[in-house]
Design a protein around this ligand. Structure first.
Ligand code: NDP
Length: 311
């Protein structure tokens, strides 16, 4: 029997995903765009990124929802999500792309690039003696699929690298801390704080006024996971007062970031439009196909999302 995989995403091209998945799924599974589904009853699998409200109600026989991205916060917060397993992308290339972006951000701050860019606009030869990587401490909050690789890459560059997760972890070159009580001391010792936490009820607003106050004077902040983890007003205040020396921000509480936001004009702040990493069909397709084929065979799937913990 042929089943259907329904695809919905505004930013991701259907054809690329269909062409990457078709050879792996063979004749067993048809892949159809949401607006071209021929028989909704045959849809057993959904590969989706932010589908519209009521989307799932059209497909009564769904058995698996695959989030077309790593962050599942928007999906698990919906009240129309059917009671079936939810998985997310686990894509080695996505992790590599993210690690590259995070490493760039750490180098940007540790090598004082904002200082040189500002000096250049004044045509000024503003020598600042470089610091050795070993003298610079980087704290990576969140050591999941993306965070762990980024932290390892930072450690490989010779930075003093600390990480934070919910529980203990063995990550070569990274001093792993865990639990709420470990956060403030970690923030207070880091020269660069990198946020790679998922957005969950436990992390929403976690980096508040007190958290920014706890950061070392002159520290830099990098956020590549979700804007809502940060109290944006508190972050702006910390940057405006000079308590933080700069930030590299890829994500915001409200996207696109409003043209009125003071963040655009703050010294040392680099803004990128939520592109630190993206899902790549060629490297993500094998894992998606394997999960679909597992469901068909009735065997356990990988990369399941826990709705309870929210990631
Ligand atoms: P994972 O779900 O694999 O890992 C999450 C990590 O955060 C885990 O280490 C987990 O700890 C830790 N964590 C979760 N809650 C807490 C908490 N309350 N206290 C301490 N640690 C906590 O996430 P990924 O690494 O795959 O991705 C991280 C985020 O990056 C995604 O959720 C998404 O929002 C964002 N993202 C951004 C992109 C961009 O382009 N900007 C692209 C892709 C993703 P433990 O290990 O103990 O479970």
């Amino acid at each position: 029997m042929t089943d259907t995989l329904v695809f919905y995403s505004k930013p991701d091209p259907f054809e690329l995903w269909r062409d990457a998945l078709s050879p792996l799924l063979g004749d067993a599974v048809r892949i159809e765009r949401a607006d071209e589904v021929t028989d909704p009853d045959k849809v057993r699998f959904a590969l989706v990124w932010m589908p519209p409200e009521g989307f799932f109600a059209r497909f009564p026989n769904l058995e698996l929802v695959i989030n077309l991205g790593a962050g599942v916060d928007r999906l698990v917060a919906r009240n129309d999500l059917p009671d079936v397993p939810v998985t997310r992308l686990s894509d080695p290339e996505m992790a590599r792309m993210m690690a590259g972006f995070v490493l760039f951000s750490v180098l940007r701050h540790s090598r004082d690039i904002p200082h040189f860019e500002a000096a250049q606009t004044r045509r000024e030869w503003a020598y600042r003696h470089p610091r050795a990587a070993a003298e610079i401490s980087v704290a990576v909050l969140g050591l999941g699929e993306l965070g762990a690789l980024a932290a390892s890459e930072i450690a490989r560059q010779g930075y003093q690298t600390d990480g934070w997760a919910t529980g203990p972890k063995d990550l070569p070159g990274v001093d792993v801390h865990h639990g709420e009580e470990a956060l403030e001391p970690l923030l207070s010792m880091a020269d660069i704080v990198v946020c790679m936490l998922p957005l969950t009820p436990g992390t929403r607003g976690l980096l508040d006024e007190a958290a920014f106050a706890a950061m070392k004077p002159g520290a830099a902040f990098v956020n590549v996971s979700r804007g809502e983890i940060v109290d944006e007003a508190a972050m702006i205040a910390a940057l405006s007062s000079g308590h933080l020396s700069g930030a590299t921000l890829d994500v915001f509480a409200s996207e696109p970031l409003s043209a009125e936001s003071p963040l655009w004009a703050l010294p040392g702040v680099l803004i990128t439009p939520h592109l630190a990493s993206v899902a790549l069909p060629a490297s993500a397709a094998p894992q998606i196909a394997a999960n679909i084929l597992s469901i068909r065979k009735g065997v356990p799937i990988a990369n399941s999302v826990s709705r309870e913990r929210g990631y």
